[in-house]
Design a protein around this ligand. Sequence first.
Ligand code: NAP
Length: 461
Amino acid sequence: MNVVLIGFRGTGKTESGRLLAHLLDVPFYDTDALVEQEAGATVHEIFEREGEAGFREREKRAIADLPRGPGVFATGGGAVIDPENVEHLRRGRTMVLLQADEATIEKRIQHGSRPALTRMGLRAEIHALLEARKDAYLAAADYCIDTSARSANEVAIGIKRLLMEGGTKEGARREALLAVAGSGIPRPEVEELAARVDALAGNPVLRIFGVAGYPSLHSRSPSLFQHLFTYFEVNAYYTRFHDPALTRILGIARDLDVRGLSVTIPFKQEILRHLDHIDAHSRAIGACNTVVFCGGESYGYNTDWIGIRDPLGPSRGSRAVILGAGGAAAAAAYALLSLDMEVTLLNRTVERAERLAGRLGCHYGSIRDFGRIKPEVVVNATPVGMEPDTASPLSKSDLAPGMTVFDLVYTPPETPLIRAARGAGCTVIPGREMFVRQAKAQFRQFTGIDAPLGMIREILG
Ligand code: NAP
């Protein structure tokens, strides 16, 4: 057994970790203690002498050098904020997040000797740091356990049970497999999933992920994420859920104790109704494409807008037009507004553009207004140009040198709009770039690991 305990100070990592190591008969390591040993000084003294940056450097080295054999490893509260630390910690290990409410954390740490990280009062510091770190904690976890009302002994026993028996019962997993088999997924894929699920009985620490969509049979996410999991030695299997009813997919996900879902057409809006927690970006866009499950709760994120924002970083502050007013246009408008652009939504059905523009706070109009606006940035968020369509949403005369044209359509890789824009001397960004960047952000939310863009591009071919 190879287990890492992560989480905020006062959640019981050291005490529960020692007890868990005893129960599992493996050595216990505490990264703070390793840092202190190597430095010949206490954490408090290191903070005083070298500041937080000095401590983080030492912590990073200690994590990179952790012994590879079996063990229980307790980490400092800020360790998993750094994706490189998560990458080292995760290789072949199971990550368990210990959580506790703010009042319990305060009670547990108020007499401790650890240095404060901010100049706020203790309660305010706990609140601010938990807020800042919560997504990183969730991403880095395979399992979550609330320790607020549990003794260290109960926590250790609970983790051991989870590692030995998994998060759900075998009967529920069998039921879920039957539902997957009846959903139209090709037989070899169902058999592969069944083999993985069968293996859970003896080794329940494999975590299952999948894409939830209808259709989802052509999704490239399974092969991409499986490659990434294998490369980073994350003990996970990525499959697909293909069903017209989202509630059925969510039932299967619960019974298989699924850890994360990529959500795609037609469920990105509907999923919001089923989530326990929704991040501010998904709420504003009105759609969610990434879900993680931890400790019986579901958390929704949106990485589509990041896939549009990141390639457009150099165009901050530009005048922009978005063609379309559907789901992709909402993510695009949110992304461009976050880059301080002056955004106009142009749509075939103007009323739809008006509604979306009113909600997000931008301008709107009909496609005919394009010439009048003279945009510096254009994002195509309509399906025009998607195979087998060979049309372009803009004519040659609409395009001018210096314009940046981002076509969200990614089949074919070189769309008629991209070809025309390239010919007109525009800077072009093909739709694949959105997929690559949103997948990078999604993998980070699934695992806490920062996969290089080049690696994702290479895997997608
Ligand atoms: P959607 O919600 O159905 O919206 C489609 C929008 O396109 C609507 O505003 C619609 O106008 C407009 N439209 C449809 N056909 C049109 C036509 N022939 N002429 C002019 N406008 C037309 O779809 P979506 O989810 O936003 O997706 C839009 C496109 O974005 C997809 O086709 C896909 O290629 C792309 N996309 C790419 C990625 C990526 O990772 N690269 C991710 C998501 C989406 P009306 O309101 O008048 O119907």
